[in-house]
Every structure is written in C-alpha cells, then in structure tokens.
Design a protein around this ligand. Structure first.
Ligand code: MN
Length: 485
C-alpha cells in the first residue's frame, strides 16, 4: 500500500466514501413544470408545488427518470425495475414542504462500478452503492438585509441524482480521480453539466482512518465541497486531524463538518444525524416507478461512446499510447477536438500539440477548449504543413501563436509572412558559406570542440528566421566543416 500516512504510532490508512449530488440536465423540475434555468431573478421559477403550497400534488417528470436510468447504465449499475419515492422529513427555512422527496430503501439504481485513472497508467475500480433521485432544496440568502435572511426557491424542486460510492478510495488523489471520472461520464451522457461553480455538482466526502487491517474507524462527513482542489485539501486536513485525535488517546465524534477554503481546515457543523432521525416513509402522493426490461434496453441503445471505450478506440485506431489516449478522453470536448483535428493529419503530432501548445495557451488565456481561437480543423492543417515540409517545426510555434491571436487559417499566415521552409540546398549553402567565412575563429575552435556544431546550426537558423530545413542545414554543415570537400 503506497497511500499510508505516517503517525506517531505508525502507519494509518485513510478510508474515503463519496456522495455526489448531481443536478440533472432537464428543462423543468423533478415534480413541477417550472424552469431550471440558472441565474434568473430570485423566486421567478417557482410553482405552487415548489413552494410547498397545501394541496399541491407532485407530477413526475419522465425526462428526469430517463436521465437517471442513463446515468445508472453509464456507471455500469443495476437498474431497479421497481423503486419508490420517500419523504425525508426535516425542517429548514429553504425547504417549504417540510420534507424532501427522495428515495430511501428502494432507489432507482443499485450497485455499479467505475474504473478510475491514477497517475497515467494505473487503473482502480471503485464500487457504486446506489443512485437515487431527489429534489433539491431552495437557498437561504443571508447577505441581502442586515437583520433578515431571505429565501430563494428557484432551486427548490430541481432534480438531483445522489450517487453514493462504497468506501473504496484511500487517498485525496483517488477521491479526486473518482469525482472527475463520474463527472466526465455524466458529461458524455449529457445527464449533468458537471459545473461545480454553479453548484450542479456537489460532493460530500466521508473520511475515516484506521490502522491497516483494522475495522473501519468512525467517520466524519465533509459537506458540499465544491471544487476538485478543495476536495483534496479537505481530505488531507481531515485525515491528519483524526489521526492526531486518536494518537492523543481521544475518540473521534461522528460529525458533519464544513471545509473552509481560506483556512484550509474543516470545522464541526453538527453532530451526524442518523437515517431514523428523518422519519422516512413512502410518499403517498407518488406511485412506485415500474420499468419494463424493454424500457431499460431502449435507453441503453441511446448511450454514446463512454470514456473507457473511447480511450481504447483511440489506442487502436490512432496508435496513441494509453497515457495520451487517457489524457484526450478525460474531457469530452478535448476528445471531440482531437478527432476533428486528427482527421487526415498525423494523430500523434495532433495529440502532442493539443497537450503542449494548445493547453498552455488556453490556460494562459483562461479559455476552455471549445472557446479556442485555433479551430480543430486549422490545427489539423498546421500539422499537415509541418508533416509535408512546407514549414519547420520551429516556425510552426510562431504560426500557432499567430493563429491563436487572429483565428486565421495557417496557410494564410504562412503566405502573408513568407514563412515557408527553405529546403533549396543552393540557398542554404550560400548562407552556410557566409557564416563560415565571417567566423574563422569558430571554425578553428570546432576542430577541438566538435559540439560547436550546434552553434553553427543555430547561426543558420537565425539567419533564415527559423525557416531553413534543419536536416538540410546539418548535412551541408557536415559536408563543409567536417568532410571539407
Ligand atoms: Mn441527498
């Protein structure tokens, strides 16, 4: 085991289980026709059902059901042909019904499993315990008035999938890889946009520690962590905190905790409630969900190619290494970009340019790949210009930068800036001769320092502004300086 943490009393193992709340992509809410659009005026997307008005009845949204089944299939999970909705009772100002409609004992999706990618080449299986459907709550606004809190119910009733993992992860990196993978699968399926900033994907992290081989320790749940980076920090802090407590001879209290990103610490929010505190019971307003096998199979037929299969296809079809293929499929938009750029161009080069220049420019400008000024078609054209010798690899970097600024076609840039590769031997020879005659000291020094050859290559490149064919330059220099014919 490489994930052990050192304590005063020896090694500790971290045990992590994750609950993801993923907002379903659907135009209307789980039990009402109100819009789910993000960022609208407060309380403009609220029906009587969402506001918990007496006598209102929930009506199931079939799109949300199909999305949950699709997600279950994407997580290689068992779809339950019979499931029921329960009321989870608790009081909170942003929960006007006084209960959340959720699923408890019989969820829509049962056991599943996904593979997570670790440090390039290692793959680990993480088991999924279940996926259930539930309503989101509204939102309390504490910053609108000096002495009152307001409530915005736009989010109230939006469909969520709660995806619960088994406690199969044992480091911050594994937890991060797991969340990235689930998010990626849902983005491929278009069942959740995975946008953590807008809260469409939130994670609750259960952390406990134990001596290797011992029984599970007492866990704490860190609520609503909303970035991959914070998830890593929260786990590392929390595991150390628990180890210190146990090593001091004290006992961990089962708690719900919050992560404070400014301090990099978790702090107690409340003692952990148990399922029986919620008085779950079947919602009498809703019938059970009953699926035929044909229904499930009809949804299975609509599944797109998912990341694991796409990765394998990229290896087989484009001859990429598993590492490169994994990098490309880790975001659907990147995989799509690659496939367009690689159509008719050298796929390995395309991959290198995406991972190198393109990512670095996008990072600098804080742009997503679907906003790239260099279109995938134009990147493919640039690669072809290198491949067929029209331009040198060195000048291609300048051209790429100009493409990123202007969005222009690479050939337009090459032509209007006279950037074609010079392969004409006569022309290169003239430049080589000029450099030899004007640098007699260097020519002499070359006899005892053969690695000065690089300096001559550099001079020719400088003189031609990077346009000389490097292979031709080397051959001519060797002919003139070493063989001396
Ligand atoms: Mn939940």
């Amino acid at each position: 085991m490489s994930n052990l943490l050192k304590g005063k009393t020896g090694d500790w193992e971290i045990v992590i289980g994750i609950e993801i709340h993923a907002q379903i992509i659907s135009q209307s809410k789980l039990f009402s026709g109100s819009s789910t659009l993000f960022g609208s005026e407060h309380n403009t997307q609220v029906s009587f059902v969402d506001a918990g008005m007496p006598g209102m009845l929930p009506v199931i949204n079939s799109v949300c059901i199909e999305q949950a089944v699709k997600t279950g299939l994407g997580l290689n999970a068992k779809i339950n042909n019979f499931s029921i909705f329960d009321r989870k009772n608790y009081f909170y100002p942003d929960l006007p019904q006084g209960y959340q409609i959720s699923q408890f004992e019989q969820p829509i999706v049962g056991n599943g499993e996904i593979m997570i990618d670790l440090d390039g080449n290692t793959i680990k299986k993480v088991r999924i315990e279940r996926l259930h459907l539930e309503q989101d709550a509204g939102k309390s606004l504490h910053d609108q008035h000096p002495s009152y809190s307001y409530v915005d119910l736009n989010r109230s009733g939006i469909a969520l999938m709660e995806i619960v993992s088994m406690p199969d992860m044992s480091s911050a990196e594994e937890a991060q890889a797991y969340i990235k993978k689930v998010r990626n699968i849902m983005k491929y399926l278009q069942t959740c946009d995975g946008n953590m900033d807008e809260g469409s994907l939130r994670a609750d992290i259960n952390v406990s520690v134990r001596k290797p081989g011992n029984e599970l320790g007492i866990r704490c749940e860190i609520k609503n962590v909303n970035s991959i980076k914070f998830i890593g920090q929260a786990i590392e802090y929390e595991a150390k905190r628990q180890i210190d407590i146990i090593e001091d001879g004290k006992v961990i209290k089962q708690q719900t905790r919050l992560f404070d990103p400014k301090k990099g610490q978790t702090r107690a929010m409340r003692s952990k409630e148990e399922a029986h505190d919620y008085r779950y019971f079947p919602d009498p307003d809703l019938l059970p969900l009953v699926f035929t096998d044909e229904f499930v199979e009809s949804i299975r037929k609509t599944l797109p190619e998912l990341p694991d299969l796409k990765k394998q296809r990229f290896v087989d079809e484009y001859g990429l290494s598993p590492y490169d293929a994994g990098l490309l499929v880790s975001e659907k938009d990147t995989a799509d970009y690659f496939e367009i750029a690689a159509t008719g161009s050298n796929s390995k080069l395309v991959c290198n340019w995406i991972a190198g220049e393109l990512f670095s420019f996008l990072n600098k400008e804080n742009k997503r790949i679907d906003e790239s000024p260099v279109t995938p078609v134009n990147l493919g054209k640039l690669i072809n210009l290198i491949d067929n010798g029209t331009i040198t690899g060195r000048i291609a970097k300048d051209i790429f930068e100009m493409m990123f600024k202007s969005g222009d076609d690479p050939m337009t840039i090459v032509d209007s800036n006279n950037m074609r590769q010079v392969s004409d031997e006569g022309e290169i020879e003239k430049i080589v001769d000029l450099i030899i005659t004007s640098n007699p000291d260097q020519v002499k020094a070359l006899e005892i320092k053969p690695n000065l050859m690089g300096w001559f290559v550099g001079q020719v490149m400088k003189e031609t502004q990077g346009k000389a064919n490097p292979k031709a330059v080397n051959e001519i220099l060797i002919k003139k300086l070493i063989i001396k014919d």
